[in-house]
Structures are given as C-alpha cells and as structure tokens.
Ligand binder design. Structure first.
Ligand code: 5GP
Length: 210
C-alpha cells in the first residue's frame, strides 16, 4: 500500500469521460483526494460551486494568480482554469494520492514543478465515439462541441509527454485499470528515493563490516 501521496494528473479530450471515471475511482477506493479547480466558465446545469469547481469571475481569478494561490493555470476554449495550491499541498503531506483533472498545458506546468507527478491521458476508443459522447451529454452548443473537437485534435500532439494512456471503453474496467496504474506507479524508483537511499546505506555498512 502507498506510503507517500503522489500527484496524479488525469487529462484527456473533452468528452472522454474523465469526470465520471475519476468520480467512480473516488467512490471505489479511499486513498484518493480530488482537487477542485477554480474556473471563470459559466456553471452548467447540475454543477455545484465548491464541488465541481469554484466558479469565479476574471477579477477573482487574477487576484488568486497574483497571490500565488494556484499551482498551475491555463486558458481553455476562452476560459481560465486553475488548481488551488493549499488543498493539494495539504493532502499530499497527509499521504493521499491527489488527482488533478486538468488539461495538457496545466499538466505540463505541474510536471515541470513536480517531476514525480504521474501523467495519465484518457481517451475514448475512437474519434467517432468522442463526438457521440460530447453530443450525448447535451451540455454544449454544436459550435462549442466543434471547438472542443478542434482542441482535441491539437491535444493529440501532447499525448507522448504522458506516462500512460488510459482507454475509456468499459467504465468499470477502466476504473480498475486506472487504480492499478497508480498503485504500480508508487513503486517506480523515482518515487522510492527514500527507500533506495536507506537500502544503500545499510548495504554500505554491511559491506564495510560495520
Ligand atoms: P470543462 O469546461 O469541460 O469542465 O473543462 C474543460 C477542460 O479544462 C478539461 O480538459 C478539464 O480537464 C480542464 N480543467 C479543469 N480544471 C482545470 C485546472 O484547474 N487547470 C487546468 N489547466 N485545466 C483544468
């Protein structure tokens, strides 16, 4: 089981089902904390302030940037989105794996600041399935859907920067797959530096006959 919390970025095309996937992951496993982002976009029907996002105006968003209150932020389809710093730092220090559901520019800012971050990219099995899902959720105009598809077309270029691709076909399988990837990532040497140092020290002592 994980001892140190890691930062996990989940990105993916708009409509890939990241939100549902992450929500299910949180319901099924209790070692995760989900960061709630700040955004200037309008609230959609069914969304709650403080739960889905902190919905703010441009002035408040810019003040938060000026106060160094965001770990990263980016502009996406005409709105600002950013990750509040305090919650993430607290949860990581308490040993939780913190999930950031953010787009690619923010993901790369996070990776630069915290190189141990695990970057995961969620995609549906095909482009056709993506547009079907965007239309089926019925929350955007056709114009906005087209903007999101064009953005997805650009985002493909960034997938190679990610550690793992997560194909969201059957939801339940995908949730377990995501969880297994995160659990395995804890054992990557980059995230086990302390243990490696400790073993090295012990082996040094033994080999010197101390
Ligand atoms: P939506 O408007 O569909 O809720 O989100 C649009 C995009 O913004 C999604 O790709 C989502 O992952 C991303 N996003 C949400 N919160 C953040 C954030 O705090 N920072 C960044 N960089 N992207 C975010």
């Amino acid at each position: 089981m994980a001892q140190n919390g890691i930062l996990v970025v989940v990105s993916g095309f708009s409509g890939a089902g990241k939100g549902t996937l992450v929500r299910k992951l949180m319901e099924k496993y209790d070692n995760y904390s989900l960061s709630v982002s700040m955004t200037t976009r309008d609230k959609r029907e069914g969304e709650t302030d403080g739960e889905h996002y902190f919905f703010v105006d441009h002035k408040k968003f810019e003040q938060t940037i000026a106060n160094d209150g965001l770990l990263e932020y980016a502009s996406y389809c005409g709105n600002y989105y950013g990750t509040p710093r305090e919650y993430v730092e607290k949860q990581i220090s308490e040993g939780k794996d913190v999930i950031l559901e953010i787009e690619v520019q923010g993901a790369l800012q996070i990776k630069k600041k915290f190189p141990n971050t695990l970057l995961l990219f969620v995609t549906p099995p095909s482009g056709d399935e993506l547009i079907n899902r965007l239309r089926a959720r019925n929350t955007e105009s056709e114009e906005d859907i087209l903007r999101r598809i064009q953005r997805a077309d650009e985002e493909v270029e960034w997938i190679q920067k990610y550690d793992f691709l997560v194909i969201n076909d059957k939801l339940d399988e995908c949730v377990d797959n995501l969880h297994n990837i995160i659990m395995s990532a804890h054992n990557a040497p980059i995230r086990q530096q302390e243990l490696i140092e400790k073993i090295k020290k012990e082996l040094d002592q033994i080999s010197k006959g101390e």
